[in-house]
Ligand binder design. Structure first.
Ligand code: FAD
Ligand code: GLY
Length: 400
């Protein structure tokens, strides 16, 4: 974060709030919006809201097609997140006047070679055991749905997974926060402030980059991949988060392109074992993603990453060669040891985690914000989030 710009906070800023939210990605913005709706005075601190991982994302709401063996509790949370999205999108559009771009055309997962097809069949069996709604299709049936698919695609699975436009979503969230009275501060939090003894710590606010203190009885940590870098936390409250770089490409269908959509629903696939996805938007954009790279806090796309994405995506949908190349963009996913988020109270009273959403932050933003609002206003962790306590990595108990 040291390379990010900081600006001084506005004169006349109150020195205390009911809640300070640290970080204005999709998670922090969603939490801040929900908390003000509950009648609380909220400050959100971020030097560049919406431009972390949330800007890089593809926006898939993909609990089913991104399900991983052994991660069934995350799958259940993802399904709850996907079920919450349509009402969340409607509430957000009404509050902000901006449409977050929800598309509910489903997702087609396809296999390229025989090994990929065997893996897809294993995944279909796994999905059937869990009761997931996956419809098996021959290669011909896949091409009937998506006529531009490569002729050698061997078969697929159709799922209900949808997508939202991540950049429109953060724009809508910023507008909703501003219109509902969240105080947006374009600076960084340098330190979390606490009071009390080591055995009985309580959060008392934050200190900003210019040294100004903001007092608050509740602080929500939503600083994405940067969450563990915040100073002032005792060791057992530092979130178990690390950055995992992901690169996506944005391609655009030329306006005169034979009058056709190149893709009508999200397409995912494996090509010689490597995963790739293509997410179409209403305006003709196609997002191609994504790499998974352990590269620390380096968020620059690499030539190799771009090449691999184009190579694999073109094998599934050859027509992408004709699209305009708009950008290659990388973001840092806030990853955890078990790939599941950290949401809820910590060892420091009043300090609430909302981080570690890894590959699913867009999907899980609505349920996370509902949970954080319940924790702050009612001191209750909703059932859906019980399994995702930050304490599972801290070996400590929440103070009474
Ligand atoms: P971020 O969006 O990274 O926001 C963190 C914010 O904290 C930043 O704005 C930063 O400026 C701020 N910050 C950091 N330090 C401080 C500080 N000290 N003081 C104040 N502010 C600070 N998820 C899905 O659900 N579906 C997808 O299809 C999907 N695709 C993805 C594709 C890629 C390539 C990547 C990288 C991620 C993808 N994800 C997807 C994951 C998703 O983007 C993340 O889980 C989500 O954006 C995390 O949101 P966040 O708000 O926690 O973090
Ligand atoms: N969920 C898609 C990604 O993280 O790349």
């Amino acid at each position: 974060m040291s390379t990010r710009p900081t600006s001084m906070t506005a004169p006349g800023l109150p020195d205390s709030f009911d809640v300070v939210v640290v970080g204005g990605g999709v998670i922090g913005l969603s939490c801040a919006w929900r908390l003000t709706e509950r009648g609380l005075g909220v400050a959100l601190v971020d030097p560049d809201p919406g431009h972390g991982a949330s800007w890089a994302a593809a926006g898939m709401l993909a609990p089913t097609t991104e399900a991983s063996y052994g991660e069934e509790s995350l799958l259940r949370l993802g399904l709850a997140g996907a079920a919450r999205w349509p009402s969340y999108a409607a509430e957000l559009a009404a509050a902000s006047g901006c449409d977050p771009g929800l598309r509910e055309q489903g997702t087609l997962v396809v296999a390229h070679d025989a090994g990929d097809k065997a893996e897809l069949d294993r995944f279909a069996d796994y999905g059937a055991r869990l009761g997931l709604r996956l419809q098996s299709m021959s290669g011909q049936e896949c091409r009937r749905l998506e006529p531009m698919l490569a002729p050698d695609v061997r078969g697929g699975l159709l799922a209900a997974d949808s997508s939202a436009h991540n950049r429109l979503t953060v724009a809508a969230l910023i507008a909703a926060c501003e219109q509902s009275g969240v105080r947006m501060l374009a600076t960084t939090v340098e330190q979390i402030e606490t009071t009390g003894t080591a055995a009985n710590l309580r959060v008392s606010g934050v200190r900003l980059a210019d040294g100004q203190p903001l007092r608050s009885e509740h602080v929500v940590v939503a600083a994405g991949a940067w969450s563990p870098l915040l100073a002032g936390l005792p060791e057992d409250a530092v979130p178990a988060v690390r950055p995992v770089r992901g690169t996506v490409l944005r391609l655009m269908t030329p306006p005169d392109y034979r009058g056709a959509e190149v893709l009508t629903r999200t397409l995912r696939g494996t090509v010689a074992g490597a995963h790739v996805y293509l997410v179409p938007r209403e305006d003709g954009e196609v997002v191609v993603g994504a790499t998974m790279e352990e590269a620390g806090y380096d968020d620059r796309p690499t030539a190799g990453g771009v090449w691999e994405l184009l190579r694999d995506a073109r094998l599934l949908l050859p027509v992408i060669s004709e699209l305009t190349f708009v950008e290659a963009w990388s973001g840092l996913r806030p990853a955890t040891p078990d790939n599941a988020p950290l949401v809820g109270p910590t060892t420091v009273a009043g300090l609430v985690m909302a981080t570690g959403h890894g590959r699913n932050g867009i999907l899980l933003a609505p349920v996370t914000a509902d949970a954080v609002a319940a924790v702050v206003t009612e001191d209750v962790v909703p059932d859906a989030l019980q399994a995702f306590s930050p304490l599972r990595f801290s070996h400590a108990q929440v103070p009474a």
